[in-house]
Every structure is written in structure tokens, then in C-alpha cells.
Write a protein that binds this ligand. Structure first.
Ligand SMILES: O=C(O)C(=O)C[C@]1(C(=O)O)C=C[C@@H](O)C=C1
Length: 300
């Protein structure tokens, strides 16, 4: 269902690296943007990581070293001297900081970058942080979002959304970042900022605020306490980390994602169906997550 084109109701073909994230930009090495450094695809051998003390920073530094890459670690306080030293000669400068700080950090590092180095970020919202990087740096910009936290389980799929900073330009840089992801054991897939942020508004934003609203609708320990059931308790367990540890993170992501409010309005219309008594329709649509058969039944 997420792979359907809204206008034509036909399946959308998966995006591929080199597509450029924009219409008509399918050629492998697009002419627009900076030329790749050595006339062929750059293989990232060294990087400077800003935010190296953060959870994702530590995970990435460790995996890069295991893969034999050179990593220079940067973190606060970001003095001009430390930045100049860390960034010099690195193939990529990777910014792994809270999404609202990406622009400020990009401004500082871009002042020390040579124009052929790749500026990339790690973050759960893409539109504004990518716009900020593009505004600060004239060289190649790439956005990434690892769809996992700093301590992934052994069976977690380590998928990473990777996208051009300027759609259709510097496609060599996006490919080089995708290749780097593979070399450190991640699984990259091609994305673009709007598609990403719309999806994240549902997967992360709506998951967060609907859980908040549901649990806020009853005071803890109040009248319902002695009626708790196993299925409710399972939901409470799933919500605990989201609310007690990660509420600050998810509030910031909700605020930074331009599609958050639209997602809530859309959700409200589905709640209205329930309020109007049309629960059967909701059940059929929700079941489609598990069964292709029900999807067909619902969209004959
Ligand atoms: O901590 C985890 O295991 C996470 O999955 C963290 C989590 C999430 O919960 O959505 C948080 C932010 C990132 O964008 C991706 C993953």
C-alpha cells in the first residue's frame, strides 16, 4: 500500500541509486553538480564524524574502524581549530547531531571543506536538515537516515534511507555513501526527502503521538487500573521506552517533520470512521498489513 502511486493507483517502481530523486534525472553520472574526485566512483576511505560521542556516532565509528576505514572523531565544543584538523583530507564529513542542530554544524564544517568532500548527515527528518546543508555547502551533499537506534539487536535489519542533497546532482556522491553503508554492514536503499519525511511522519511521528494521546486519555493508576488485560499490558510494554526515555527525541522529530500535522489529520479521519461505527472497514484496511488477500478484497 505504501508503494502505490496516489494519483494513478498503480504500483510505484522502487527508486534506484542514480535516479537522482527528481524527475528526468536517470542518467548515471549526471552532469550537474561537482565532478567525482577521480573520474570514477569515489570509495569513501576516510571520514570525519561530528557527534562522535552520541549513540549513533559511537555505533558508526566502531563499524567504520572494523571495516578498516579511517575515522576522525569530532564533538562539542566544536572549535574552528578542531574542525579544521578533523575535516582536512576526509572523503566525507558525516554530521550525526540532533536534527535541529544540523544547520548550525553544517555552517561550521562547510567553512573548512574543500568542495569535493561529501557532506552527509544522519537523522530521522530529512527536508529541513538537507536544505540547511545545501544552503551552507556548495559541494556534494547526501542525506541518510538509519532506520534503527544506537544498539540494534543481532536480528535487526540495518536499513538506511540514502538520498541526494540536490536531487539529480552529485549522484556519484550518493552512490559512494550507499557503498560506504554496505561496507560497514548496513543495507542502504534509495530515497528522497519528501518520500522519507512523509513515511517517517507515519512510522515514527504518528506512532509517538497516538500512543501519547491514547495513554494520556486515562490517568495512570486511575479507574481503569484494576481492569488491565494482557493485550493492553503488551501495548504498555511497547510504549514504555518511547515515552519514558525517547519522548524528547520524538517530540523534536515530530516538530521538525513538515508532514506531522497532515499525518495527524489523516489519522483523525480514520478515528472518525470508528466514531461513526464503521469499524469493519477499519478492520479490513488494518488487516491488509498482514494479508495480501485482504488487501485485494478491500481494493477489488
Ligand atoms: O532505539 C531503537 O531501537 C530505535 O529503533 C530508535 C529509533 C526508533 O525508535 O524509531 C529512533 C530514531 C531513529 O530514527 C530510528 C530508530
Amino acid at each position: 500500500m505504501s508503494n502505490m502511486n496516489k494519483d494513478t493507483n498503480t504500483p510505484t517502481p522502487p527508486r534506484v541509486f542514480g535516479e537522482g530523486g527528481g524527475p528526468g534525472e536517470g542518467t548515471p553520472f549526471c552532469k550537474k553538480g561537482s565532478p567525482p574526485p577521480e573520474s570514477s566512483l569515489l570509495s569513501i576511505g576516510s571520514l570525519a564524524l561530528v557527534g562522535a560521542r552520541g549513540g549513533m556516532g559511537k555505533l558508526i565509528v566502531g563499524r567504520c574502524r572494523e571495516a578498516g576505514l579511517t575515522v576522525r572523531e569530532l564533538d562539542r565544543p566544536l572549535t574552528d581549530e578542531k574542525i579544521a584538523e578533523g575535516v582536512a583530507g576526509a572523503d566525507m564529513v558525516l554530521v550525526s547531531v540532533p536534527v535541529y542542530a544540523t544547520g548550525e554544524v553544517a555552517e561550521k564544517v562547510a567553512a573548512r571543506m574543500g568542495g569535493r568532500q561529501i557532506l552527509a548527515d544522519v537523522g530521522s527528518v530529512k527536508t529541513q536538515p538537507i536544505n540547511d546543508m545545501v544552503a551552507q555547502y556548495h559541494g556534494p551533499v547526501v542525506g541518510t537516515h538509519p532506520l534503527f537506534g544506537p544498539a540494534p539487536g543481532p536480528d535487526d535489519a540495518l536499513r538506511v534511507a540514502v538520498m541526494d542533497g540536490r536531487p539529480g546532482e552529485d549522484v556519484w556522491a550518493t552512490r559512494a555513501v550507499a557503498d560506504w553503508c554496505r561496507r560497514i554492514g548496513f543495507t542502504p536503499f534509495a530515497s528522497d526527502a519528501e518520500e522519507h519525511d512523509r513515511a517517517a511522519a507515519y512510522v515514527q511521528g504518528l506512532n509517538f503521538v497516538t500512543t501519547l494521546a491514547y495513554l494520556a486519555a486515562q490517568g495512570a493508576g486511575g479507574a481503569v487500573q484494576k481492569y488491565l488485560t494482557p493485550s493492553f499490558t503488551r501495548r504498555l510494554v511497547a510504549a514504555e521506552k518511547l515515552i519514558t526515555k525517547d519522548a524528547g527525541l520524538f517530540t523534536a522529530l515530530y516538530e521538525a517533520n513538515p508532514y506531522s500535522h497532515e499525518a495527524v489529520r489523516n489519522f483523525r479521519s480514520f478515528l472518525n470512521l470508528a466514531a461513526g461505527g464503521d469499524v469493519d472497514l477499519l478492520v479490513r484496511r488494518a488487516e491488509a498489513w498482514w494479508t495480501a488477500e485482504t488487501a485485494k478484497k478491500d481494493n477489488p
